[in-house]
Structure formats: structure tokens, C-alpha cells
Design a protein around this ligand. Structure first.
Ligand code: MN
Length: 735
């Protein structure tokens, strides 16, 4: 590589001087010295190194530092870290060296930046893992992610000198990860520039066509905007506002995106006309009031489109964005989008959270971003979550827009659009998520898969005995709920596999058999699997008893020794009858050492038995359940009587079957009856109608058998219903 010429050195000096000129926040002598020291170190370390474009390498860290301070608004430490961001990776200087010279804080930021840039790898999983590191470090210091974005921005600005395949890869990655991240952090200007640059490399023809078109219409656009703005300007002046009105061209990418997703031509994109009003708030009045006053002035002159008002003043977006948006009909019947912002709001909109720090005194709320980071950190710290899955889930959250919902107490939660009641439950607390049985949305009972809308008020109904169900995965949409459920199911599966293994070992000992390949072959065949883990899991699910086990082993040949074993086991059975069956298990609201058997789902008031599964856990079966009958005969020493007192919680699942003549409104009548029963919560209703016959299955949560009988009685009174009865639940969908 060619050593730096005199011109090169002058270029470096000029660039650095420009950086110092824009670093207004680093005005003290100490701050200047620190920046200079970092520059000198980096300059020496990158001496005679060049970028692909041929320019001195050090221009890159200088540009990154410039963006960090000038465009994002970061301070001295960030400038220093940005200047040093590539030295550890590309030169002999270590993090320890930086620690010694610049202190721990800066060293840790540089370390974070080094780790996340890493080596370029092609495997998707590795990228996901890298990205995980990005966010992991981010949760320690947000500056790492800001500088990383500045780094990526400069790389995108200078992408021309890279070979085409690298261009595509880097642009794709930027569009996939960095632009949404910039958006999430409220760095609007950077997000837009990144997107436009991505488009330039990913769809060069579209990019050129659209930017030409925008340039072409520029003059026409300005004329129109002026005509639109003139009367507003007059009124605002008269009202004593200090303000700025500007036309706002749409970004190339956003036009492209709209054309692509809505399949329209550029002429058809109606809100190509957009103006922004930025005002200096009058001290005597809240900013919010002034925003609405300006809105009122505009709509005095132009008719608003009521469905296009966006109030992010009363409730800012998650990324901190505040503004009032409206679409009004301007001259010639053209729609014009108007954004009203105070100066402070505008700075936050352009520079995101960096600007928030500046206005910390004004916005005292715990920032949504902090909450978001906390959530991500929880996910990252969970050793079980898989990096690749995580990336998918995360991306999903980034791209969806948001809805705002409320708890009954009025607390606000921001969720991605399409989130369900169950997602909301997980947002409140993962335990609440696991125990959810239903929800009241705007005081109306709905099932957990109900999609939420902005403004909904939600109360989650829980039952401590409830376990998450496999089909829940189909209707949770948030990364948080998904990862919690995945882990829970994984844990359950593992647990069942362990139990299955122990169960098998126990039966083998009982039968006096040694495990051998023949036994396993038969088991594998029986369960139609070749995977040991799966086999144990299935056995854990099944928990076959000796007889069933023997049947499996016996599938082909009936040999004498099997018969012998059955005689033996009969003996044990009769011996165990002596066991004290008068033992009593009392179950009430304070009892927690029991589970409800999923094969029969008994409810309080039913005839039941208890089966001692371990020292501190019982399973309650309905006495008429086939499994209970089996247990009574094979393991009667573990069976106890149960006294089940009335519960206060709606925890027990009952199923009702209905039959009748299909009539208009019958479903409505049925649900009305159910909703009037205070002691009943509906979980699911499934109605089928054929040839004039109406058949329905309703699952409800009740306290006890009385509730269920009451409901059955009242349903019987519904006109058209001819049969109502309780059905035992044998839900295969539950694992
Ligand atoms: Mn770099």
C-alpha cells in the first residue's frame, strides 16, 4: 500500500478540523484534548492504511465521529469511541491499551463496537448471533448502537467502491436490521437516508426513475405548497406564533415502498404533498394546546379528512416521536398532509433519543425505549432462547406498527399491531400469560386469541391451575410471548421425557427385565419413532402400566414367560388392596398439591379420586374416568379419597353439548345466557349447523358442578334447544 502523501496528510488534517468545528458539545479544553488524543492514536494506528476507495482509512472513523456528534447529537465520549472504533479490530492496539489511556467507559464502548462488527461471515445464524451481541451491548450502553449506526451510515454512503456482490449483501443487511433499528431509536433522518441508499443498490433502476420524477415535479410542488401555505402563514402570524413552514418531499424509498405495496403509480400517491409546521412554543401555554390551536387554524381553511388525524402529542410513539398529523383538502381538491410540531418535538423526530437527553427535564416519563431495551435484555439473557428464532421474532416486532392499550387501572401498554389478548397478558407478566384463561376487552368477555385494537381496555382472567396450551403458539404475535411459551413447552417436553425414562426403568425393574435392543425396537415400532428423546417423551405422555407394556412387548409372539408375569402382577394387586384407602385428600382454595387430570377434567362436585403421583403431588381424576379405573386396579395403594370443597376461583373447565333446531339468532341467545351467568366464563364456543339442525360445543370455566348444572338448566330454556348435556373433556390438543 502506498504510504500517505503530503496531500493525504492535509486531507486528514482538514477532515479532523471539520469534526472539531461541529463538535459543539465538546467545548472545554479537557474535552478538546481528549478528542485530539483519540485522533492522534487512531491516526497513528491506521497510518498508511487505505479504504477500498483509496482514501486514507482514518477518514472513516472521523466521518463516523462526525455523524455521532453532528447528526445524532452525542457528546465527547462518543466522539472518542467513534474515532477509536476500528483500531482494536484492525491494528495492534488492544482494549486494555484504550482502558489505560481513556478509561473504562470508553474502553467498554470500543469493546462493544469491536465485538459487534466482528468478522464478516456469511452464515445467517452467525449474523443473528452478531446481531444479538449488538443488542446485548446496547443494553449496557446505548451509545454503542448509535455509533454502530453512524458507522453503517458512512459505509453505506461510501458503498460505491465495494464490489457488486458486497454491495447487495451490505445493503440487504442494512435494510433488514439497521434502518428499522434507526427507526426504532427515533433517528428519522438516518433511517430515511439508509433506506434511500439501500434502494439505490438493491433496485437501481427504480431509484433513478423515482428520484428523477421527484426532481421533475419539484418546481410544481413548491408552487402548490406556497399557495397552500400562504393563508395559514397569515393567520399564524396574526395569532402571534413564531413558526416555520416547509414543504416536505417524500423519501425515495417511501414512494417506492408505496408504489410497490399498493401497486400505484407515482402520480397516484396522493400525499406526495406534505408540509410541516414547526413552531416555537409560547411560554404561557402547554405545547399540546398550541398544536391543537394550529390544527384548528388549518382546518378553518381546509377540510380535514377525519380518518387521517394522528395524535402523537397526547401519546408519543414508542420511539419517542411526538407530532400532530392531519390530512386536509388543499386547493384543486388535492390532499395535503400537514405535520405540526414544536421545535423540541421536531428535534426529537429528527434525532431521536439523543435529543431526548437534551430535554430530559421536560419529558419525565419512564421512556418507552427503556422499557423496550429491558424487554430485549430479558430475552437475550435467557440462555434457552435461540439466536436465529430471536432475530425473526425481533424483526417481526420492528416492522409492525403499534397499538396502545390500557389496563383497567388506566396503565398504558404499547404493543405491536395484531397483538392478541394473550400477548397482552404476557406483557403484564409472564406468569399471568401462562395462567390466562380469557379476557374482558372493553368489559366484554372474549377468548385469548382476540386481536386487540388501539384504545382497548383489557382485563386478563387467570387461573392458577391453568397451563399454557400448544395451540397458543398460533395466536401470540409478540416476540416476548413467543419466546416465553417456546421455553415453557420445551421445558415441559424435557420434563416429560425425563419422567418417561424413569417410568420405563421402573417398569423394567418391576418386571425383572434388563433393557435390551429388542425391547427398544418394539417400543420404537409402537411409537413410530427412531429418536430416543422422542420415545421417552411419548412414554412420559403415555405412562403405560405393566399390562400395556407387556402388550407392546408381546405384539408378535405370546410366550410363556409373559403369562407368568401377569400372574405375578395379579398377586401384587391383591396384596396392595390392604393399603389404607380411608386416607383423605382435602382440596380447597388453599391446596396447591394437586393437578386436574387432563383425561377427564373433573370439576368440584364431581365424584373423584386422587392419585398420588409423588410425595407432594396428587392428580385428581373423575371416578368414572377409564384411567381412574385402571389406577384403582393397578396402583390402588396410591389412590386416595378426595373431599373437594367449593372453590372461589373460576378454574375448572367444563364442556356442554347442545342440540336443537337451527333458528335465527340462536347463537346469540345461547351466548347471552352464558354471559348472564356470573359464575361462568366462556373459553370457547363451536357451533355447527347442517340440514336445519344446530349443534354446539361450549367450553366454560366454572367454580364447581353447581355452576355447570345451572348453566345447563338455563340453556335448556332457550327456544329451539332440544338437548343440553355435559360432556367429559378429552382434549387431545393438550399435551
Ligand atoms: Mn467502521
Amino acid at each position: 500500500m502506498a504510504a500517505f502523501s503530503k496531500e493525504d496528510k492535509q486531507l486528514i488534517e482538514d477532515n479532523f478540523q471539520e469534526l472539531l468545528d461541529v463538535s459543539k458539545r465538546s467545548s472545554t479544553k479537557e474535552q478538546h484534548e481528549l478528542i485530539e488524543k483519540a485522533f492522534n492514536l487512531a491516526n497513528r494506528a491506521h497510518n498508511n492504511m487505505r479504504r477500498k476507495s483509496g482514501e486514507p482509512y482514518i477518514l472513516h472513523p472521523i466521518a463516523v465521529a462526525r455523524t455521532a456528534t453532528h447528526e445524532i447529537g452525542l457528546g465527547t465520549k462518543s466522539i472518542v469511541a467513534a474515532l477509536l472504533h476500528d483500531v482494536v479490530e484492525d491494528t495492534d492496539i488492544t482494549v486494555e491499551d484504550i482502558n489505560l489511556q481513556f478509561g473504562e467507559k470508553i474502553a467498554s464502548i470500543v469493546d462493544g463496537l469491536t465485538k459487534i462488527s466482528g468478522v464478516l461471515v456469511n452464515k445467517t445464524t452467525m449474523q443473528a448471533e452478531n446481531f444479538r451481541k449488538v443488542l446485548m451491548t446496547m443494553s449496557e450502553d446505548l451509545r454503542v448502537i448509535f455509533i454502530k449506526l453512524a458507522d453503517r451510515l458512512h459505509n453505506m454512503r461510501t458503498l460505491d467502491s465495494m464490489p457488486p456482490n458486497k454491495q447487495l449483501k451490505i445493503a440487504g443487511e442494512t435494510l433488514f436490521i439497521y434502518a428499522p433499528l434507526a427507526h426504532r431509536l427515533g433517528l428519522y433522518a438516518i433511517k430515511v437516508e439508509l433506506e434511500d441508499l439501500c434502494l439505490k443498490y438493491l433496485h437501481p433502476n427504480d431509484y433513478i426513475a423515482i428520484s428523477d420524477k421527484i426532481k421533475e415535479s419539484e418546481k410544481k410542488r413548491l408552487t402548490y405548497i406556497n399557495r397552500f401555505a400562504l393563508p395559514i402563514t397569515k393567520r399564524l402570524n396574526a395569532e402571534g406564533f413564531e413558526f416555520e413552514i416547509s414543504g416536505r418531499p417524500k423519501s425515495i424509498y417511501s414512494v417506492w415502498n408505496k408504489m410497490d405495496s399498493k401497486n400505484v403509480t407515482i402520480e397516484e400517491i396522493y400525499d406526495l404533498f406534505a408540509i410541516r409546521i414547526i413552531f416555537e412554543p409560547k411560554p404561557e401555554m402547554p405545547e399540546k394546546t398550541q398544536c391543537w390551536n394550529i390544527y384548528s387554524i388549518i382546518t378553518d381553511m381546509y377540510l380535514p379528512r377525519p380518518d387521517r388525524i394522528r395524535d402523537w402529542v397526547s401519546q408519543p410513539k414508542t420511539n419517542g416521536y411526538e407530532a400532530l398529523h392531519a390530512t386536509v383538502m388543499g386547493p384543486n381538491g388535492k390532499w395535503v398532509e400537514v405535520q405540526v410540531r414544536s421545535k423540541r418535538m421536531n428535534e426529537i423526530a429528527e434525532r431521536g433519543y439523543a435529543a431526548h437527553w437534551k430535554y430530559k427535564g421536560i419529558n419525565q416519563q419512564e421512556s418507552e425505549l427503556d422499557r423496550w431495551i429491558k424487554e430485549i435484555r430479558e430475552m437475550l439473557e435467557d440462555p434457552k432462547s435461540d439466536a436465529f428464532e430471536f432475530l425473526d421474532d425481533f424483526k417481526m416486532n420492528l416492522f409492525s406498527s403499534e397499538i396502545m392499550v390500557f389496563t383497567p387501572k388506566g396503565d398504558i401498554y404499547t404493543l405491536p399491531a395484531k397483538a392478541t389478548a394473550l400477548d397482552f397478558a404476557f406483557y403484564i407478566h409472564s406468569e399471568i400469560g401462562f395462567q390466562s384463561i380469557g379476557a374482558n376487552v372493553n368489559h366484554k368477555l372474549v377468548s385469548l386469541n382476540q386481536e386487540l385494537k388501539s384504545g382497548d381496555q383489557i382485563e386478563i382472567l387467570t387461573s392458577p391451575k391453568h397451563e399454557p396450551e400448544a395451540n397458543w403458539m398460533e395466536f401470540v404475535t409478540t416476540a416476548k410471548a413467543k419466546s416465553k411459551l417456546k421455553n415453557r413447552f420445551r421445558d415441559n417436553r424435557k420434563l416429560l421425557a425425563e419422567q418417561g425414562k424413569i417410568h420405563l426403568e421402573y417398569l423394567l425393574v418391576e418386571l425383572g427385565m434388563q433393557p435390551n435392543s429388542n425391547i427398544f425396537r418394539k417400543l420404537y415400532n409402537h411409537y413410530k419413532t427412531r429418536n430416543k428423546e422422542k420415545l421417552y417423551y411419548k412414554i412420559g405422555e403415555d405412562k403405560f402400566n405393566k399390562e400395556e407394556f407387556k402388550k407392546i412387548l408381546d405384539k408378535r409372539s405370546k410366550s410363556k414367560w409373559i403369562k407368568f408375569w401377569s400372574i405375578e402382577s395379579k398377586k401384587t394387586k391383591s396384596a396392595s388392596k390392604k393399603f389404607d384407602k380411608t386416607k383423605l385428600l382435602v382440596v380447597d382454595d388453599s391446596t396447591d398439591n394437586y393437578k386436574i387430570a387432563r383425561c377427564c377434567n373433573p370439576i368440584p362436585g364431581d365424584d373423584v379420586i386422587g392419585y398420588r403421583k409423588s410425595d407432594d403431588e396428587f392428580v385428581i381424576h373423575s371416578s368414572s374416568c377409564l384411567n381412574a379405573i385402571k389406577l384403582n386396579s393397578s396402583e390402588s395403594d396410591k389412590v386416595v379419597k378426595v373431599e373437594w370443597t367449593i372453590h372461589k376461583i373460576l378454574a375448572f373447565l367444563g364442556r356442554i353439548k347442545l342440540k336443537g333446531i337451527d333458528a335465527v339468532g340462536i347463537v346469540n341467545d345461547v351466548t347471552t345466557v352464558i354471559s348472564k351467568e356470573l359464575n361462568v366464563n366462556m373459553r370457547a364456543i363451536n357451533v355447527e349447523s347442517h340440514d336445519g339442525i344446530f349443534e354446539g360445543v361450549i367450553d366454560v370455566y366454572v367454580h364447581n358442578v353447581n355452576d355447570l348444572n345451572n348453566l345447563i338448566m338455563n340453556l335448556g330454556k332457550v327456544k329451539g334447544i332440544s338437548q343440553v348435556y355435559r360432556q367429559e373433556i378429552q382434549d387431545e390438543s393438550i399435551q
